[in-house]
Design a protein. Structure first.
Length: 327
């Protein structure tokens, strides 16, 4: 009987053939729509990683907070429930104060300056600033410069937002920025913003053209002022223990895929924001308010005190290094 059972097992194994190694499933979760710089960057990473590591990895991308939203994604990464996330740089202040530098209002003149700083030795070292928390930054991804929007007709000078409620990302610098202009900031997950604007829970928000268009914020706001007052970029992060434990060839292939996806997505970001600004204008729902140099100077002056408040946490050296990227 025993013999029979053993030979049946052998026969079954022979029929099934040698066991096939299953590909490593890698989950990449993010909170924005697919037709955004981050959405496209994540899909490009999937395509390249699977091409470079055929049969070895399978990358699953979950957009629009489908898998994890803002509140849960870092925790999920640390627990190993997801392997890559790309939160905006504003969402790291619980993990390191240094990354708050990216939220200082009017620090960078444009996205090219942001890029120069991110590529510098100081910028690159920030990718490791969260290592002690079990997180490894593997790339910066661009979205673009932020604009302000409200449900009011007038949005030109800082006094126009006095007393208004603004949704902000979970960042103490952004909280201080809105307090500096006499507004009331409210931290809120990205997935909740549209409804909060629609129902008047908040009056306004700040974001990039591509995020506003893809979330239809322009349909529930009256005015969008082209302030370019800050940057909304991302750090792609992984779990450092998972990353360090990968077979060397897999880590190498994923690193290459990440570098190429970064280049691809960063090139798209400018185009997407230009396209989506145009589409918002054409939609005719929210009015786009162009600002004069004088207006911009007034916003810069009103938000300026925020720098001093966070200089101790961020470090003056780092701020000075970032400023040199404007030249
Ligand atoms: C936001 O919360 O407004 C953004 O960080 C969303 C994103 O990931 O672009």
């Amino acid at each position: 009987m025993k013999m029979l059972f053993a030979s049946a097992l052998v026969a079954a194994f022979a029929l099934a053939g040698p066991a096939q190694a299953q590909p490593l499933v890698i989950k990449f979760s993010h909170v924005v729509a697919e037709h955004t710089p981050k959405g496209q960057g994540a899909l490009k990473f999937k395509e390249l990683a699977e091409k470079k590591l055929p049969g070895k990895v399978q990358v699953q991308v979950f957009p629009s907070s489908q898998l994890f939203g803002d509140a849960k994604e870092m925790e999920a990464l640390l627990l190993g429930d997801v392997q890559f996330i790309a939160p905006s740089l504003s969402k790291f202040d619980r993990y390191t104060k240094k990354i708050q530098i990216f939220d200082l209002p009017f620090l960078f003149d444009d996205i090219e300056a942001v890029d120069r700083f991110q590529s510098s030795a100081e910028g690159q070292s920030l990718l490791n600033a969260i290592k002690s928390k079990g997180l490894q930054g593997v790339a910066y991804w661009h979205n673009g410069m932020k604009q302000l929007s409200t449900n009011k007709d007038q949005l030109q000078r800082p006094e126009d937002v006095k007393g208004l409620k603004f949704r902000i990302q979970a960042s103490d610098v952004l909280e201080a920025q809105f307090r500096a202009v006499g507004a009331n900031p409210q931290k809120m997950a990205f997935a909740e913003v549209y409804q909060a604007l629609q129902t008047g829970v908040v009056d306004g928000q700040e974001n990039t053209w591509s995020n506003m268009y893809s979330q239809k914020f322009h349909e529930v706001q009256k005015t969008i002022a082209e302030t370019n007052h800050g940057v909304l970029d991302y750090m792609v992060v992984t779990n450092s223990k998972w990353w360090d434990g990968l077979p060397a060839d897999v880590r190498q292939g994923l690193s290459e895929a990440m570098a190429e996806a970064t280049e691809y997505g960063n090139k798209l970001a400018g185009d997407f924001n230009a396209r989506d600004k145009k589409l918002i204008g054409e939609a005719g729902k929210a009015r786009i308010q162009a600002l004069t140099k004088d207006d911009i100077a007034a916003w810069r002056k009103a938000m300026g005190p925020v720098w001093k408040k966070f200089e101790g946490d961020i470090g003056k050296d780092l701020i000075d290094a970032a400023l040199t990227s404007n030249w």
